[in-house]
Design a protein around this ligand. Structure first.
Ligand SMILES: *[C@@H]1O[C@H](CO)[C@@H](O)[C@H](O)[C@H]1NC(C)=O
Ligand SMILES: *[C@@H]1O[C@H](CO)[C@@H](O)[C@H](O)[C@H]1NC(C)=O
Ligand SMILES: *[C@@H]1O[C@H](CO)[C@@H](O)[C@H](O)[C@H]1NC(C)=O
Ligand SMILES: *[C@@H]1O[C@H](CO)[C@@H](O)[C@H](O)[C@H]1NC(C)=O
Ligand SMILES: *[C@@H]1O[C@H](CO)[C@@H](O)[C@H](O)[C@H]1NC(C)=O
Ligand SMILES: *[C@@H]1O[C@H](CO)[C@@H](O)[C@H](O)[C@H]1NC(C)=O
Length: 689
């Protein structure tokens, strides 16, 4: 399902790109001194290289997060070749990139804060220009280069762009993510080009083969110039004598890139310009499981329809959505306790050997691990008698070498444990094994048939996308506002907001006994208490007659529906049946903070709550956590513009349910400037009394 979904997005973007490049013809490639491009101008503000092969501008990485990037115009998913601010995306409104009068090209966020700069202030810079090579260059009137993006690679090299002593590639954190990940392609201190996993807990090189000396890997450590690059024909050469050729070598008209992918593998790609797709024409690590850090501590990388992570029996995944966090034991191994060993054949955990001995018996090896409390497992190779006691278990993988076996230490007291069997839970670490091998179409030169296949699958996908559009459009346009929408309409919405539900007006009317129990009244509507059929207490906010377009209401709901934090009021659903609009949220017992603090001052009924300092502290921390979440942790950053005691609700334990944004933004129409700043507002709540 997810895959299919991704495909649609790619095709959609490709349609847009085709439309763009066709309609715009000869776009400008130069940004003159004193000029700027703004994020809102989207298509108008893109710099395009003279041949049209590269574009530079604001690149959307999340609903409200943009980077300044250079991308391949002709690739279907607008593959990014370079990013200025990969770890600090800017807001979708009010951000701009400007070649300032002082000579520096800067990227500033909506509030004017400079998040990135070429640091060329004080130079006579005259223009920023996107060249045909994909290089973004700041130069003076005479054409002298003062700064160029080729000196600041991110995860991709273009033809003639070098990896050097000072410039390394750093992978992305995940597929499609702009953020830096843990993999690096760099020259080490002995002048050798390496691939390294540089994670929070461990770091190690995995390419070239770390067990071999440099001469066995056909490299040289003598040349300290530390320079490597590839040319348009697809021939890579480096000062350490690393040399490789693309499988379609020689074709100078093909666009190429060398990318350190998020899965830690280094791949050379060629673009099939007609279909907008990339083909792998060389790959550094043939077996993806040989890449380090993929499955985390204790995790084991296996192949089942592509590389897959799993845990040994008795271990469970730490975080099933992020396998780099690995597995954890469901038992303890205490020093001095009785332990036994469980056997895992054809398996190895690379590295972290306490020491290495060859030619010893199995029992000797076993005893070495038994007597040393630091030893968690040992690897033993029958025949050669090689013994590897392990101090820590990382980089696990199944091996093709049949005689390699890992023996895991576990307490004999641990019942029901059968670690001799790997526990496969079938979780795929979103890696694509097909990517790991060189595309056969290029190897065998059978491009014509392949192209036809792409062409037809492209057509098929376009057809499917259109069908989906028609169906979804139908649901939205014809069913959304009709009471009779019933089940079909619900499903339409549930496609959009996964665990977030649409309620019917009757349902909410029943739940609130005909909107009898009003608990608060605010500028944008009244709030009623109710109980759902499943017993959950809810607060239902009736938004006043609408000031806002239906699409705005929905797009805001889609943001709100995804917010989920302990200290934010959870929104469970909504109802939109003309003329009614209601929001359903969890009911928070203790009312708002202002009542707890200033209680009695305004002559309203005294609830008798007096807050001890401990609770006050807890509330302050809770509110801070909620704000931190909105500002940094959710993908679509949200600026809360109305934090005040009235908007902070207290639950039964006086945990704050903080900034339940007051005048429910979906209802109110605040002044545009404010709206620009707040990407969207969180949980409209029962609070705004
Ligand atoms: C500009 O200077 C800042 C501060 O020294 C530095 O962090 C940043 O990497 C520099 N940017 C470029 C593109 O050189
Ligand atoms: C090194 O080069 C030799 C001869 O070309 C080749 O047989 C060998 O496989 C290469 N070794 C590696 C590790 O690439
Ligand atoms: C070192 O590498 C550079 C770049 O690849 C090359 O031009 C140079 O001739 C090499 N030097 C030696 C001594 O091999
Ligand atoms: C790559 O191609 C060049 C010719 O351009 C050739 O000299 C070289 O041996 C090839 N290298 C490999 C690794 O095949
Ligand atoms: C632009 O791309 C086309 C198609 O891939 C290629 O033929 C052409 O040589 C490219 N132009 C430049 C300047 O790279
Ligand atoms: C390996 O480690 C064990 C336990 O720490 C020690 O007894 C043994 O002598 C070591 N062997 C070598 C060759 O260092």
């Amino acid at each position: 399902m997810n895959r299919v979904h991704g495909l649609h997005l790619i095709v959609l973007t490709s349609l847009c790109c085709v439309a763009l490049s066709a309609g715009e013809g000869d776009r400008r490639s130069v940004l003159w001194r004193g000029r700027s491009i703004a994020v809102e101008d989207a298509a108008d503000s893109v710099l395009v290289s003279p041949s049209g092969n590269f574009s530079c501008g604001f690149y959307k990485v999340a609903t409200n997060a943009y980077t300044l990037a250079v991308w391949f115009t002709a690739s279907a998913d607008a593959t990014v070749a370079w990013t200025a601010n990969r770890d600090t995306p800017v807001n979708g409104v009010g951000s701009r990139a400007e070649l300032r009068k002082d000579g520096s090209l800067v990227l500033q966020d909506y509030d004017g804060r400079v998040v990135w700069s070429t640091n060329t202030s004080g130079t006579p810079a005259d223009r920023a220009q996107l060249l045909d090579t994909g290089n973004l260059v700041v130069s003076d009137a005479a054409g002298n280069r003062l700064w160029q993006s080729f000196d600041w690679p991110t995860d991709t090299l273009l033809p003639e762009q070098p990896v050097t002593r000072y410039r390394q590639l750093v992978s992305a954190a995940a597929r499609g993510s702009p953020y830096s990940g843990y993999y690096k392609f760099y020259f080490d201190s002995s002048n050798i080009l390496n691939l390294m996993y540089d994670g929070p807990e461990i770091s190690s090189n995995y390419w070239p083969d770390p067990f071999k000396k440099w001469w066995d890997n056909n490299r040289t450590a003598f040349n300290s110039s530390r320079h490597g690059s590839f040319d348009r024909r697809g021939v890579f050469t480096a000062s350490d004598q690393l040399q490789f050729n693309a499988s379609d070598m020689g074709d100078g008209g093909v666009m190429r890139r060398l990318t350190l992918d998020y899965d830690g593998n280094l791949r050379l790609y060629s673009l099939d310009a007609a279909a907008g797709r990339w083909h792998v024409t060389w790959v550094a690590v043939q077996r993806q499981c040989d890449v380090h850090g993929l499955c985390g501590r204790y995790g084991i990388c296996t192949y089942s329809q592509g590389p897959t992570c799993s845990c040994p029996d008795g271990y469970v995944p730490h975080d099933a959505s992020d396998w780099s966090k690995g597995c954890r034991r469901t038992f303890d191994v205490r020093c001095g306790e009785d332990v036994a060993f469980a056997e895992m054949r054809h398996t190895d955990y690379w590295g972290f050997d306490l020491n290495y001995t060859a030619g010893i018996s199995f029992d000797t090896c076993r005893r070495l691990c038994l007597v040393d409390c630091r030893c968690e497992a040992f690897g033993y190779r029958q025949g050669t008698g090689e013994c590897y006691p392990k101090i820590s278990l990382w980089n696990g993988r199944v091996m093709s070498i049949p005689y390699q076996t890992i023996y895991l230490k576990f307490p004999t007291g641990a019942k029901n444990l059968n670690p001799s069997l790997l526990h496969f839970d079938g979780h795929t670490c979103t890696m694509d094994e097909r990517d790991a091998t060189v595309s056969s179409s290029y190897l065998h030169g059978r491009r014509n048939t392949i192209n036809f296949i792409y062409f037809y699958s492209f057509l098929a996908v376009v057809f499917v996308v259109e069908a989906i559009f028609v169906v979804v459009g139908y649901l939205f346009v014809f069913r959304a506002d009709s009471v009779a929408a019933g089940r079909v309409g619900d499903e339409g919405y549930s496609l959009v907001f996964s665990h977030f539900r649409r309620f019917t007006y009757d349902e909410l009317s029943d739940a609130t006994c005909g909107f009898r129990d009003e608990i608060a009244k605010g500028g944008t509507g009244s709030v009623y208490k109710g109980v759902l059929e499943d017993g959950r207490s809810i607060a239902v906010k009736r938004l006043d007659e609408m000031t806002q377009a239906d699409e705005v209401f929905r797009s805001e709901l889609s943001v709100i529906g995804r917010i989920n934090h302990m200290n934010l009021v959870r929104i469970w659903g909504f109802c939109s049946e003309h003329p009614h609009r209601l929001l359903v949220s969890e009911f928070v017992e203790n009312g708002s903070l202002d009542r707890a603090l200033f209680d009695g001052d305004d002559g309203e009924d005294n609830t008798g709550v007096v807050l001890p300092w401990r609770s006050r502290y807890k509330i302050a921390v809770g509110v801070a956590k909620a704000l931190a979440y909105l500002h940094h942790e959710c993908l679509e950053w949200i600026v809360h513009c109305d934090v005040k005691p009235e908007n902070i609700l207290l639950d039964g334990d006086f945990e704050p349910k903080a900034p339940a944004e007051s005048p429910a933004r979906p209802a109110a129409a605040p002044d545009p400037a404010e709206e620009a700043r707040s990407a969207s507002s969180p949980s409209p709540s029962a609070a705004d009394a």
